[in-house]
Design a protein around this ligand. Structure first.
Ligand SMILES: Cc1cc2nc3c(=O)[nH]c(=O)nc-3n(C[C@H](O)[C@H](O)[C@H](O)COP(=O)(O)OP(=O)(O)OC[C@H]3O[C@@H](n4cnc5c(N)ncnc54)[C@H](O)[C@@H]3O)c2cc1C
Ligand SMILES: C[S@@+](CC[C@H](N)C(=O)[O-])C[C@H]1O[C@@H](n2cnc3c(N)ncnc32)[C@H](O)[C@@H]1O
Length: 659
């Protein structure tokens, strides 16, 4: 895995960027704006298509080569001018060499009329790393999914239906590696029925290759120094070529829910609140049911949680989800109050033994330095502001979060009704409506229900989830501990103070099911503090602290057997086992049988020790499932998180058990 690098640019005397790698311009010398509007917006008839969108409708644009985002901003401006309130724009763009924030800012100053849109983009153009990156703009009316990496590699991982393609990406003569039959086959695979396409080039071999993929391209007069350009539409997959393999039926999209857009979300922690917000941003009415008197009273109730990225250098599904989720959460936090609700003070993971040091060295080779880089001991001490025994891996964009603030903000979005003191004991399905019951009392009903109650979703499903108790310790800040400038982690973690208190965490206990904080675990947390830094322990007066007198709280993490979250629609288990019984005999079979979904029932759970990073993006994934939208993660990651994976594995192993 090679880390992504930023675009290397030169700037001409008029302030226009030029790519060093491709030796080509990002936009036309004459007028980039006019060219974009003519080549991409007009040829795809976007003004009329935006104007025709109903409230609740949306258009999905796909692009090769995000560059300076000029095409995106022009499309957004046009959408803003012509689409009705309640319509949405979804823009998916792939980019191999993303501009740095400073370069993007510099390039976009060229277009003052786009400033209202450019400012919003720049405010969210943060933590853009390799793979899928979701940006939620204009209060959710506009969604940008950036795929950072090579166009072909990334698009093969995309699960989407594109209504209009912008084929950009430097001139074919300067960038022949991108303009290939394989890439055009991907554009065809992703094209929605009636999809349109346009490009600034009229090169003959490009036109022939796009036609061969199933589009019908026409030459049309160009603009400026471009004599001709191409526009076209998707006719269908060519008869003489094998169709791309369909998704496995158990991971395919369930039929879209028609009619009333009303969902019940059960569980008022990070998973439930973010799910409610993602649905509300798409115009849903959401009833958010929580058994306690308020939100975020269980795992999501700690005073500080850490944006801790436990990555793999081998690009596993979990590692991809973590990079994508981290970026999304980090961008959401920009809406909250820095210093009280969160702080981007960075996270330092200490190389506390030789194995960890080796793992960190591999990660430093696999990821770009703006995501993570190694610090030697001196550099680490300077960063942390306290004496340390080792250096480690530093995540400059990481930090701590007050999870209840994130929950409260998400649940306060228009369209969400919080129903506290609503303990759902029983779920029933009657005439296409899910009903939530508390004994004899009907609490709420809706055509869609999302189970976001951590391990307690086992009241309603047989999904394999484990509870792991954890306890944090609250330590009063001292004049000496104020020096701590970044989160520092070894086996445990300690954060710079929030409102005069540091959070020190966290114990792991697989057996204890009682949530009363114990002195033994406070003592264990203090031992982890000394391992992090004896200097910091000293500054906090740890030797004089009696564990019996320390304050803290305990809660359950909720973990699946493969440590991935469980997100998406769920099938009815008995019917599922019958439908796919053939897998018992041969795991390679894909029976052509539609999945027997539990219509309207969805899951968002299993966030383990990293819910701050995974829950908000999984909420977007869930909304994408429900709305038939582009998924915010690679298809393989969505499959790896799919609730049906346990039933498939059990069939293949020939056991009845979900584990
Ligand atoms: C000690 C500790 C430290 C942690 N540190 C970090 C960290 O540093 N960084 C990080 O990213 N993550 C951390 N985590 C993990 C993180 O807190 C969780 O992953 C996240 O909070 C899970 O959110 P959730 O919404 O799935 O679960 P919860 O926050 O537990 O929310 C589930 C909610 O559902 C409600 N509910 C359940 N069943 C029902 C029902 N039938 N009816 C009504 N309501 C119901 C519950 O009352 C609860 O409010 C930590 C966890 C613990 C315990
Ligand atoms: C002409 S610029 C795009 C201009 C852009 N659409 C805009 O609005 O500013 C071409 C872009 O394609 C990107 N690119 C080139 N080859 C690529 C590839 N194989 N995969 C992904 N992106 C690529 C370049 O890095 C560059 O940003």
């Amino acid at each position: 895995m090679n880390p992504i690098t930023h675009a290397q640019l030169d700037w001409d005397e008029q302030g226009r960027p030029h790519s060093r790698v491709f030796d080509d311009v990002y936009f036309s010398d004459k007028s980039g704006l006019e060219e974009t509007r003519y080549v991409f917006l007009e040829q795809n008839r976007l003004q009329a298509r935006f104007a025709a969108l109903p409230a609740g409708g949306r258009l999905v644009i796909g692009e090769t080569g995000f560059g300076t985002g000029l095409n995106f901003l022009c499309a957004w401006q046009l959408f803003d001018q012509h689409a009705v309130a309640g319509a949405r724009l979804h823009f998916v763009s792939v980019e191999k060499y993303p501009l740095s924030h400073a370069d993007l800012q510099r390039a976009l100053t060229l277009w003052p009329e786009l400033a209202p849109f450019a400012e919003q983009l720049l405010a969210q153009y943060i933590a853009i790393h390799q793979g899928f990156q979701r940006l939620v703009l204009d209060n959710g009316r506009v969604t940008l999914t950036l795929l950072i990496g090579d166009a072909l590699e990334q698009l093969t991982q995309l699960d989407a239906q594109i209504d209009a393609w912008f084929l950009d990406g430097f001139a074919p003569a300067k960038n022949p590696d991108m303009w290939t039959a394989e890439l055009f086959a991907e554009l065809a695979r992703l094209a929605a029925p009636g999809s349109t396409i346009s490009t600034f080039t009229s090169t003959g071999w490009v036109r022939r290759l796009i036609n061969a993929a199933g589009f019908k391209m026409k030459r049309t007069p160009g603009i400026g120094h471009k004599w001709e350009i191409l526009r076209g539409e998707f006719l269908g997959w060519p008869a003489d070529t094998c169709a791309p393999p369909a998704a496995k039926p158990w991971f395919a999209r369930p039929p879209a829910i028609e009619g009333e857009r009303h969902a019940m979300v059960i569980g008022g922690g990070l998973a439930g609140c973010t799910t409610a917000a993602s649905l509300a941003a798409r115009g849903w009415q959401v009833s958010l049911l929580e058994r306690h008197t308020g939100l975020a009273q269980e795992a999501s109730g700690n005073p500080q949680g850490v944006l801790y990225l436990k990555l793999s250098a081998h690009g596993t599904a979990l590692s991809q989800l973590i990079v994508a989720g981290f970026g999304h959460t980090r961008r959401l936090l920009e809406h909250l109050h820095r210093g009280v609700d969160w702080d981007g003070c960075g996270v330092l993971q200490l190389a506390f033994n030789a194995k960890e040091a080796e793992r960190q060295a591999q990660l430093a080779d696999a990821f770009a330095p703006d995501l993570l880089h190694l610090l030697d001991r001196d550099q680490a001490q300077t960063r942390a502001g306290v004496a340390l025994e080792q250096g480690g891996l530093f995540f400059p964009e990481g930090g701590w979060v007050h999870p209840p603030a994130l929950c409260e903000w998400q649940a306060s979005q228009p369209g969400i009704t919080v129903l506290a003191h609503h303990d759902v004991l029983d779920l029933r399905n009657l005439d296409g409506q899910w009903q939530a019951w508390d004994g004899e009392r009907l609490l709420a009903s809706a055509p869609v229900v999302v189970l976001a109650g951590a391990a307690d979703i086992q009241r309603f499903t047989d999904l394999p989830l484990k509870r792991i108790r954890g306890q944090i310790t609250r330590l009063v800040q001292t004049p000496q501990s104020q020096a701590l400038a970044t989160v520092v982690c070894a086996e445990g973690y300690v954060a710079p103070a929030r409102l005069g208190e540091h959070t020190l965490g966290a114990s792991f206990d697989f057996k204890n099911h009682d949530l009363t904080p114990t002195p033994a675990e406070h003592a264990g947390n203090l031992a982890m503090l000394r391992e992090i830094s004896t200097d910091l322990a000293h500054r906090l007066g740890a030797d004089a602290l009696a564990p019996e007198q320390l304050e803290g709280r305990a809660a359950f993490r909720c973990t699946s057997p493969d440590y991935l979250p469980i997100v998406g629609p769920l099938a009815e288990r008995i019917a599922f086992d019958q439908a796919y019984a053939a897998l018992r005999k041969d795991a390679r079979q894909t029976p052509d049988v539609a999945c027997p979904w539990l219509d309207g029932l969805y899951i968002n759970s299993g966030h383990g020790s990293r819910g701050l990073i995974t829950a908000p993006l999984c909420a977007e994934l869930l909304a994408a499932w429900l709305h038939n939208e582009p998924l915010p993660v690679p298809a393989s990651v969505a499959d790896a998180c799919h609730p049906n994976r346990f039933a498939v594995r059990a069939l293949i192993r020939g056991t009845g058990s979900s584990q």
